[in-house]
Design a protein around this ligand. Sequence first.
Ligand code: NAP
Length: 234
Amino acid sequence: MRYDYERVWKGDLMRRVLITGGSRGIGKAIADKFAANGYQVTAPNRVELNLEDSASIKEFINNYKDVYFDVIINNAGCNDINMIDEIKDDEIDRMMTVNLITPIKLIRGFVGKMKENKYGRIVNIGSIWAVVSKEGRTIYSATKNGIHGVTNTLSVELAVYNILVNTVCPGFTLTEMTKKNNSPDAIIEIVKNIPIGRMAEPKEIAEAVFFLGHETNTYITGQKLVVDGGFAEK
Ligand code: NAP
C-alpha cells in the first residue's frame, strides 16, 4: 500500500523514524526531537540491535521487514583514538562495522519500503573529522569520510524515489564520547579553538538532523552539514 500523505498531514498516520544509538548523547536528543514532533520513534537498544554483530543486524531487519520507516538516522558511533602504530585489529573492525558497514546494511534492509512509498529521508552522522584532521583519528576519520561517500552515492541513486540522503557532521559536542576522549583540562583547551566559545549541546545537533530528516526538506540531498560552532573554519 502506498503511504497516504493526506492522512499524514492531517495527523491520522504517524511517520516513523529509525534511529541507532538513541540511548544517550546526540542520538537521544535526536530521538526526543522527532518524538516531540509527532514521529513514532524506533530506537533499539544494544540488546535489540547490536551494531557490531551481523547476526543481530540480520535478525533486526527481518523482525521489522514489514515496517516502513520514512526516516533512518544512522547515529551510533564509536571512536577509539590511537596513533597508527598503536591501532589494534579489533578497534579497526569495531569502528568500521559500527560507523560504516552497519549503516549500509540498515539502509539496504529498509530502503525497499521507502522506494515503494516514494518517500524517504536518511541522515548519516559524520564528524568534523571528516572535514578537518587531527592525529590519532585514522580509523574514525576513514569511517566518517566513508559514511559521507555513502551519502553522496545514495543521494544520486535514490533521488528518483524522493529519498533524500544527507550527512550531519557534528563538532565537539558534550556527550559521554567527548568526556571519555578528553580530560576536563583538554576540554578547556579545545573550547579556546571554537569560535562560538563552547561545545555544542546534543540538542543543537538534533536540530540540524531534524531539519534534513523532515518532510519540509524537499530539495537538499547529498550534502555534508557541519555543525561545529565555526571550529573547522578557524
Ligand atoms: P555516545 O554518547 O558515545 O553514544 C553512542 C551511542 O551509540 C550510544 O547510544 C551507544 O549505545 C550506541 N552504540 C555504540 N556502539 C553500539 C553497538 N555496538 N550497538 C548498539 N549501539 C551502540 O556518542 P555521541 O557522542 O552521542 O555520538 C553520536 C554520533 O555522533 C556518533 O556517530 C559520533 O561519532 C558522532 N559525533 C560525535 C561527536 C561528539 O563530540 N560527541 C562529534 C562528532 C561526531 P549504548 O548506550 O548501549 O552504549
